[in-house]
Design a protein around this ligand. Structure first.
Ligand SMILES: [Zn+2]
Ligand SMILES: [Zn+2]
Length: 237
């Protein structure tokens, strides 16, 4: 019954844009806020997913040649700009969960590109204090939706933990971020067994310096995973 009411309400009740409160379609975003987003299209770096001005030999950007990343492939749906920052903030706080379906459908094509049938799909965890405060982990909600709507990948939210309450990364430079996150993640005993020789797909909301995803990848690598890919909503250029 609840499901039926939810379903009917999407036809009967007008939607309000989660960012500016003007009239929106069933995605919960209005046309004007949609136009503020900058989806990343080809050409992009085959490894880190950074947008490129033009195709490069072997499809790799200079950063990846210079310092090969430990993450096999990283993909982001859009660039991190004012609009995507506002959407991610809404998604993280308050009633942002209404955005899960539309964000997951935006990420769907990239998810299929990265996932294999038996990939473990692991959301980047929050520290439990932050989790208690927010009541949900937005990356876990995305990962749950992606695994349930695609016939590929195994949702694995309880293997990797953030056992160090890191301070906010905002305002820290790259070296400080790395230091702040050193040994922040830990696999539990089930996790240490489960990730061995597996492909892991990490899900997070935003990629800025990559310090968080790199630190999680280091923890997974130490436990002997086969490889790690990463999927985020938005990334800096
Ligand atoms: Zn709007
Ligand atoms: Zn690259």
């Amino acid at each position: 019954m609840r499901h039926l009411i939810d379903h009917l309400s999407t036809f009967i009740l007008p939607h309000q844009c989660v960012l500016c409160r003007s009239f929106a379609d069933s995605t919960n975003l209005c046309a004007s806020c949609w136009s503020g987003l900058e989806p990343i299209s080809d050409p992009k770096c085959g490894q880190c997913g950074r947008p490129l001005q033009h195709d490069l030999p072997q499809g790799k950007c200079g950063h990846c040649w210079l310092l090969p990343p430990s993450i096999e492939r990283t993909r982001a749906w859009c660039l991190y700009n004012d609009t995507s920052r506002a959407i991610v903030l809404k998604f993280k706080h308050g009633n942002g969960l209404a955005l899960t379906p539309v964000l997951a459908s935006m990420l769907g094509r990239l998810y299929e590109e990265l996932v294999t049938a038996d990939s473990l799909v692991i959301p980047v965890p929050l520290h439990r204090w932050r989790y208690l405060h927010r009541r949900y982990n937005q990356s876990a909600e995305l990962a749950r939706r992606l695994t349930s709507t695609h016939n590929c990948g195994l949702f694995a939210p309880n293997l990797l933990h953030r056992h160090k309450a890191t301070t906010s990364q905002a305002g820290l430079n790259q070296a400080q971020r790395k230091q702040n996150l050193a040994n922040a993640f830990q696999l539990n005993d089930n996790g240490k067994v489960a990730v061995r020789d597996r492909h892991i797909l990490l899900i997070d909301d935003v990629l800025t310096t990559g310090a968080t995803l790199n630190e999680a990848t280091r923890t997974l690598g130490r436990a002997g995973c086969q490889s790690v890919s990463a999927l985020v909503i938005a990334r800096v250029r």
